[in-house]
Write a protein that binds this ligand. Structure first.
Ligand SMILES: O=C(O)CCC(=O)C(=O)O
Ligand SMILES: [Fe+2]
Length: 271
């Protein structure tokens, strides 16, 4: 994979095992040997944990109700920390786009499908989730059950509390050292005309250790039109979903999540 990052357009070197189907067992891929330096992975988790250990007053300085407001304050007081988070976000974006190239190849899309239409992968959001040890894990979750709204999410995790739902059963995704967990989001499910499916996941709590994870999401711009890729539509495989602008989908996604409805259901076509 290291080679891939520097020779992105030459996909002939990709071993078949990197191309679809990913992990058909659980619908969630563990990505190793990806070329992002191990030290950078550890450093970004360390910087995140340091931030979370700050006092509530210090963290409040970086707080904003506005989701468009970036949290630059903490890392910008320290050049080294800014470098870590900056380099990490660049590397993880490169890797995500590379992965989307491979997914596109696996689906039979034209080379560069995700990157040539720059609007499709214009936005990157990084988030962190922190769960302190919980005296009674049966009483609460770290993150409730959901599927991601975007194209792909790369999660760094060290503690095994991430679970995915498969055939009505929750399965724990065991962390592998220096690996990313890759989750497919609803936007990619629509583009792939259902060939790839977003996976429902949640984070449970545990009694013994605190857990911190760092997730990076690749999303379209708000005005981007999302629809099943034309090359995937044939007499034998009609479109499964209506198109939408990403902004409209974000709105209905939030509404449907609150009402516990599957967010792509209202866009489904009768076939
Ligand atoms: O913390 C994790 O392992 C998962 C995070 C996640 O699912 C999310 O932020 O959407
Ligand atoms: Fe998620």
């Amino acid at each position: 994979m290291e080679k891939l990052l520097s020779t992105k357009t030459d996909l002939k070197i990709v071993p078949k095992s990197y191309i679809l189907p990913p992990d058909s067992r659980l619908g969630s891929i563990k990505l190793t040997n990806h070329g992002v330096p191990e030290k950078l992975l550890q450093d970004v988790l360390d910087v995140t944990e340091e931030f979370l250990k700050l006092s509530a007053e210090d963290k409040a300085i970086a707080f904003s109700e506005d989701p468009k407001q970036s949290c630059g304050l903490y890392t910008s007081i320290d050049y080294m920390k800014e470098q870590v988070v900056g380099s990490y976000s660049v590397e993880v974006r490169k890797l995500s786009l590379c992965l989307l190239d491979l997914i596109g190849k696996g689906l039979g899309l034209v080379p560069g499908y995700f990157q040539d239409k720059t609007e499709l992968t214009e936005v990157q959001i990084m988030s962190t989730a922190h769960c302190p040890p919980c005296p009674d894990p049966s009483l609460t979750l770290g993150l409730p059950k959901h599927s991601d709204v975007n194209l792909v999410t790369l999660v760094l995790q060290e503690v095994e509390d991430l679970q995915v739902l498969k055939d009505g059963q929750w399965h724990t995704i065991k962390p592998l050292p220096n690996a990313f967990v890759v989750n497919i989001g609803y936007t990619l499910q629509n583009i792939s005309n259902g060939k790839l499916r977003s996976v429902e996941h949640r984070v449970v709590t545990n009694q013994k250790v605190a857990r911190t994870s760092v997730a990076s999401f690749i999303l379209p711009s708000n005005s981007c039109q999302i629809e099943p890729a034309k090359v995937l539509i044939k007499d034998t495989s009609p479109p499964l979903y209506n198109g939408f602008t990403f902004k409209d989908f974000m709105g209905t996604y939030i509404e449907d999540i609150h009402q516990k409805k599957p967010p792509l259901e209202r866009y489904k076509l009768q076939v």
